[in-house]
Design a protein around this ligand. Structure first.
Ligand code: EPU
Length: 446
């Protein structure tokens, strides 16, 4: 198992390219199961989750080849082609390692008439049920049952020409909507008979990107990015060539990395249009964010992050898009741990997503958790320590703390980071960070 050693206290300076989004890419990849024509996805990040999805698609008869450039700043190309539609089972072994496997459910069901997907269990950030995905597919006419821990979904009379049927579906819950649930239902509805209206749909940019790919495959979708998505079903879909949107959470993490080290970073291919809640929050903290001139696509701009004179405290509440993203909560907590005053952070999407709190405390942060709220009393500095990564974004928060801390921080279980940040240590090193990857045995000797 790998660890990161970080010797903190260096200002980050330089340029970084924001890579394609993991959370956009995963449902885009699943959409290749909706057609037997080739689908090409560009700027897919070379991450463990993407490789797991390629192998899951392979088990489902969809061949995938990821061409990764030697230089991490060059976009990759993923070629997908479904050639065999006989299998419909996403096994426990695969789903266990990657919850997002659930996003094959809608495409496989709609195209093959049946899907069997191991029910994802809880994960480090909470229970994470899929009841809304299932309710949505049931509303489209699927029969759903549970067998030996697998969700078994079936389109009645599929062999006799039966299809899913368009319907009006409410996908809201007490937390807002569901991102992958919206992806599943929207994808399935593209091949349904008639019109589907998804009310309380997730508005996240990743859903918009999926609608864009589906539309270029021939789907008829209106309203993606708003809480009401209307899908007019078609008989079949074609192939497409699509470039994945840049990763807004990677961009937010880099912005926070610049801010916490009091450095200046220029971010290329930065989706500022999808980051307004984060940039507004950074603005209140005192961090400067400026967008380059002559930018035409607000999802792919060059932007410069410049240091704050002093870090001001803020209040942050995570919310569905366009609110503050839960996936950037840990990173901003690390940042305001060094603010001049008390900040309050409330988690409304995953109320248990605070595994980083105890680890940041070991580095000298002053954090008081009450339920889904953490009061962060800013301190003058953090100190390096051995810490344990627990989930992807908690780990990113610990890396940021390590970059700012005095002395050495060793982050254990870096595989969590490798799921969501491509070659993070190489890229941070390029802008001045003193960060190295090592095998965990070296921890003993260090
Ligand atoms: N929920 C339900 N029932 C459902 C589905 C969701 O109660 O059927 C609840 C969840 O428990 C949670 C809330 O709804 O409280 C939102 O969950 P959502 O379904 O939107 O999450 P997701 O689609 O499973 C995606 C991202 C997560 C990100 C969330 C929220 C992917 C692969 N994952 O998950 O990303 O935190 O949306 O924005 O897209 C990450 O990248 O670190 C990550 C966890």
């Amino acid at each position: 198992m790998d660890v990161f050693h970080i010797d903190g206290g260096v200002r980050l300076e330089g340029r970084l390219r924001v890579n394609g989004s993991k959370n956009a890419a995963l449902p885009l990849m699943a959409a290749a199961l909706l057609t037997d024509k080739p689908v090409t996805l560009r700027d897919v990040p070379g991450l463990a989750d993407i490789r797991n999805m390629v192998s899951l698609l392979g088990e489902l008869g969809c061949e995938g080849e990821l061409t990764e450039p030697a230089d991490a700043s060059e976009p990759s190309v993923l070629s997908l082609h479904t050639r065999d539609e006989t299998s419909s089972h996403a096994r426990y072994d695969v789903v266990r390692t990657m919850r997002a496997s659930v996003c094959i459910l809608g495409p496989v069901l709609a195209r093959r008439g049946a899907a069997r997907v191991s029910m994802p269990g809880g994960c480090a950030i909470g229970d994470r049920p899929i009841d809304l995905h299932l309710r949505g597919l049931e509303a489209l006419g699927a029969h759903i049952s549970l067998d030996s821990g697998d969700v078994v979904a079936r389109v009645p009379n599929f062999a006799q020409g039966g299809r899913l049927r368009g319907a009006t579906i409410f996908l809201g819950g007490s937390f807002g909507s569901t991102v992958l649930g919206t992806a599943n239902v929207m994808s399935a509805a593209t091949l349904a008979e008639g019109t589907t209206t998804i009310e309380s749909a997730a508005c996240e940019p990743e859903v918009v990107d999926l609608a864009k790919l589906l539309t270029s495959m021939g789907a008829r979708i209106e309203g993606a990015g708003s809480p009401r998505i209307v899908v007019h079903g078609v008989e079949s879909l074609a192939g497409a060539d699509h470039t994945v949107i840049p990763d807004r959470i990677e961009a937010a993490t880099f912005m926070a990395a610049a801010a916490i080290t009091r450095g200046s970073l220029t971010l290329e291919n930065c989706p500022v249009d999808a980051l307004l809640a984060v940039t507004d929050c950074l603005g209140h903290i005192g961090v400067g964010i400026s967008v380059g001139p002559h930018e035409t696509d607000p999802m792919r701009v060059t932007c410069r992050v410049s240091p704050a004179d002093r870090l001001a405290p803020v209040q942050i509440t995570t919310q569905p898009y366009p609110g503050f993203p839960t996936d950037a909560q840990a990173q901003l907590m690390a940042l305001v741990a060094l603010a001049d005053g008390n900040s309050v952070i409330t988690e409304k999407i995953f109320p248990e997503r605070f595994l980083h709190v105890a680890e940041l405390t070991r580095m000298g942060a002053r954090l008081l958790r009450q339920g889904s709220t953490v009061v962060v009393s800013g301190v003058g500095g953090l100190t390096g320590a051995p810490v344990m990564a627990s989930d992807l974004r908690a780990s990113a928060g610990l890396v940021l703390a390590g970059l700012a801390a005095k002395g050495r921080t060793t982050i254990n279980r870096v595989y969590h980071l490798d799921r969501g940040y491509e070659r993070l240590e190489e890229r941070l090193e390029r802008v001045g960070a003193r960060i190295t990857r090592a095998k965990s045995e070296e921890l003993v000797a260090a």
